[in-house]
Unconditional design. Structure first.
Length: 785
């Protein structure tokens, strides 16, 4: 039975409970962890992109006073051969990433040795004393030629193919042969860093007398890390605890298993002291996974009316040197090709190819909108090209193709149960006042000013669960649990398996529980994932928390509610079916004067057997799981206006209009914060951010002077419109939305830049659209000015 929800707090714009602590500087992050007797680790990392290690001399480092341990690849391999990464889909070839490089190094920054010393200075000095001899090998840097053969990037993948596969749904050749028009393009998404404000880090203690291991790690997936401590290293799982302190952003980067998280516990056991490692920014930019780099070839076949009859897509990922578990380098191109091509459109035929090349670069991992960002960029930017080819407005071409009836099963067999896909397009057109925009654009062009409007409509999968993770070939995401405990005074502790990187879960999960239990939000404390000794969870990834953790909280709170109702019925001498819980009181429906305080009901459950129904179990603590049986899809769109500076080539985002439909909103303020943050990250991806390797495979963007992230001066004004199409399959109709900003904004920004460039007869196809590229596109010769 669906939980009973009173909807007093769900939907309210409550301020974030967690901000009081975080904004007053009282947050406790990984670097704030202080353990008695703690010592520090530092890593020696490869200075070459690809080489055979011919010798490592650790003699001087080991002799340095204050050094407690120096480990190289062989020491680590004695405990663990390496982290095995793969995606369980057709054509994926697994890799094993050693904890410390053994025979080969395969990207600049790969860890070769680790030093533990009394302080970080000594550890770093000792690292400088370690001499590594290399036999340099040619680096593989370009994924497309790499897939054709030649030098190998990873000796475990003899032809550089980490992933290759695809599928055809319908007769694609015929559809393209018979097409009235074919439009096609190749889009390139640059290599990005998820760049959490707080870098990675971990600290561990090991007590040999009890075999208790404690690992503090700045992660989005503590339960998975704990599982891996046993699976890879053999620490007994019931003797391990993984603790996640306050976390300064993750954005997917901290949703991996990292070698460092395995090494630090081993070293704590080795030196019998607590060991701490805090990553520096350079390490973070070089080694903490990169994201989103893909080439996407895409083509549409269309009939004479602008109706698309087929889509053909080939997604090629530049995967880096290894699969980084659990999100392998294969997820990006697989998801782009197999999940995103038709989006909100009814395109009956699909020809889909995915491939990932191993290269001598940092492994590709997760960053907000894995696979969806590049797929949405290709689909939505080509849709604007199609609009130009058919001489239709960007709204009309989309309206002509958008799905109007639900449930809808697309060409690949993915079922979408509901959505406001057509309304999204209509609302965006209303918000931007399209005709007025075109008039303003024409007037400004006369004055030598170039503005453009870009549109992007998205569908976002959310609520990653067992069913979805198996469909995505992941197999590492399952259900979540929540524990709800009511104290004798009626206050409540909700513990969830979530970790929080800034999403405001302590507020939203309290809102959810409050509406089931009928008590004020202020009486609820939420513990989210600070320790794996609380409720079990699969991690904060894939916009799953509102749906999956929220579902678990709803179910567990509902079980407590049933107990309160049955005892309140005894106390009020009424039928349980007639009892309502709201505003801190239990009352008989329609008889407000009958009310008793829920706190008194709770106290009676603990202390007064006389009001217990027969056989009543007086526990007010319940743990329950939730695992959505099917994927949940939210949807929306962005329309972006940019102005290009003809002097500098800089594209300034003038305004963003967003439509968001994540079903029932728990907290619109938080939803809007998520949306704004994601869109600004999308503006960064579209215009500013790019990790650059030189021809030797050296990363040249290892500081924030070189890697340009958007700051407040780039953040535009927003106009946000909410649609609410609840899911029929999730408790309370909630759908997730945490990735939507970054999934769809880059396409809207590039479309806007290309709309502004249309009077020059040029378009850009690669992100980021840097000032140099924009200037080049604006110059008559098309060359960079
Ligand atoms: N929410 C809501 N109503 C809904 C849906 C969501 O009020 N119908 C609220 C949720 O309760 C939650 C927030 O919005 O507080 C985001 O919910 P959800 O879409 O479930 O996403 P997650 O909580 O699972 O967060 C993960 C998502 C991802 S995948 C990345 S990456 C990401 C992101 O959220 N990383 C972030 N947002 C981030 N925000 C910050 N500040 N830092 C990160 O690292």
């Amino acid at each position: 039975m669906a939980p009973v929800v009173t909807a007093r707090n769900i939907g309210a714009r409550l301020p974030r409970e967690e901000d009081r602590k975080l904004l007053t500087g009282r947050g406790e992050y990984l670097a704030d962890v202080r353990l008695p007797g703690q010592v520090h680790a530092a890593f020696v990392r490869s200075s070459l992109a690809h080489a055979r290690i011919t010798g490592i001399d650790i003699t001087e480092a080991t002799a340095l006073p204050g050094v407690l341990a120096v480990w190289t690849g062989a020491d680590a391999a004695a405990h663990c051969e390496g982290l095995v990464g793969e995606l369980s889909v057709a054509g994926c070839v697994p890799t094993t990433m050693p904890l410390l490089a053994q025979e080969y190094v395969r990207f600049v920054g790969e860890a070769i040795a680790v030093v533990v010393a009394e302080d970080r200075y000594i550890a770093e000095d000792a690292c400088d004393l370690i001499a590594v001899d290399y036999d340099e090998l040619p680096p593989v840097l370009d994924p497309r030629p790499a897939l054709e053969g030649g030098p190998v990037a990873n000796e475990g993948l003899p032809d550089n193919v980490a992933l290759k596969g695809g599928a055809v749904y319908g007769d694609a050749d015929k559809a393209f042969e018979n097409a009235h028009k074919v439009v096609s393009a190749t889009y390139h998404t640059g290599r990005l860093a998820a760049l959490p404000m707080e870098t990675r880090g971990c600290a561990a203690t090991y007590d040999w007398t009890t075999q208790e291991l404690r690992l503090w790690t700045s992660t989005q997936v503590p339960h998975y890390v704990k599982y891996c401590l046993t699976a890879y290293l053999g620490f007994p799982e019931n003797h391990c605890e993984v603790i996640t302190p306050d976390t300064g952003g993750g954005f997917g980067q901290k949703a991996h298993l990292f070698s460092e998280e395995m090494l630090i516990p081993l070293l704590a056991r080795e030196v019998d002291r607590p060991v701490v490692w805090v990553e520096d920014r350079r390490e973070n930019l070089m080694t903490a996974t990169h994201a989103h780099e893909q080439f996407v070839d895409i083509a549409y076949a269309g009939d004479e009316n602008g109706r698309l009859t087929a889509v053909r897509i080939r997604a090629t990922g530049d995967g880096g040197a290894y699969h980084q578990p659990p999100w392998s380098m294969a997820v990006e191109p697989w998801c782009t090709a197999m999940v995103t091509p038709s989006g909100a459109y009814d395109i009956p035929v699909a020809d889909l190819t995915y491939e990932a090349a191993a290269t001598n670069k940092c492994p590709i991992g997760a960053y907000r909108g894995v696979g969806y960002m590049a797929g949405t960029l290709a689909r939505e930017c080509l849709m604007d090209e199609a609009a130009r080819a058919y001489e239709l407005s960007p709204f009309d071409i989309r309206r002509r193709n958008v799905v109007r009836e639900f449930p809808w099963v697309n060409a690949q067999g993915i079922t979408y149960d509901e959505g406001s896909w057509l309304r999204t397009i209509d609302e965006l057109e209303r918000m931007v006042d399209y005709e007025a925009f075109r008039r303003r654009q024409a007037d400004l062009r006369e004055q030598g000013r170039y503005i453009g409007l870009g549109l992007s409509v998205f569908v976002e999968s959310s609520g990653e669960s067992t069913a979805m993770s198996l469909a995505h070939g992941m197999g590492d995401i399952y259900h979540d649990t929540a524990t709800v405990r009511m104290e004798p005074n009626g206050t409540v502790t909700v513990s969830t398996g979530l970790t929080t990187q800034g999403q405001g879960h302590r507020t939203t999960m309290a809102q959810v529980a409050a509406d089931v239990l009928g008590i004020p939000v202020r009486d609820i404390t939420v513990r989210s994932g600070d320790s794996t000794s609380y409720a079990w969870g699969s991690g904060t990834v894939g916009s799953r928390s509102a749906v999956v953790a929220g579902g678990a909280v709803l179910r567990a709170a509902d079980a407590i509610r049933s107990k309160l109702v049955s005892v309140a019925a005894e106390m009020l001498k009424a039928d349980a079916a007639d009892i309502e819980l709201a505003d801190g009181k239990a009352a008989v429906k329609g008889e407000p004067d009958s009310a008793v305080n829920i706190a008194d009901v709770a106290a009676s459950i603990y202390f007064d057997q006389s009001v217990w129904p027969d056989g009543f179990d007086p526990t007010l603590e319940v743990t329950l799981a939730y695992d959505p049986a099917r994927p949940v899809f939210s949807n929306g769109g962005h329309a972006v206006i940019v102005e290009l500076d003809p002097e500098t080539g800089f594209a300034r985002v003038e305004k963003v209009f967003s439509v968001e439909d994540c079903g029932t909103m728990i907290n619109p303020e938080i939803v809007e914060g998520q949306l704004r943050g994601g869109v600004v990250q999308g503006i960064g991806a579209a215009l500013l951010e790019r990790l650059v390797y030189d021809s030797a495979g050296q990363l040249t963007t290892t500081t924030l002077l070189d890697y340009h992230v958007p700051t407040l001066d780039v953040a535009p004004p927003f106009e946000i419109h909410h649609l609410e199409t609840p899911s029929a399959h999730t408790p309370a109709g909630i759908k997730g939305m945490g990735e939507s900003g970054l999934i769809a904004a880059p396409a809207a920004v590039l479309n806007a830049v290309n709309d502004a460039l249309s009077c020059f007869g040029t378009s850009l196809y690669a992100l980021p659209a840097t000032p140099e590229q924009v200037l080049g596109a604006m110059s008559p010769s098309g060359s960079v000015g």
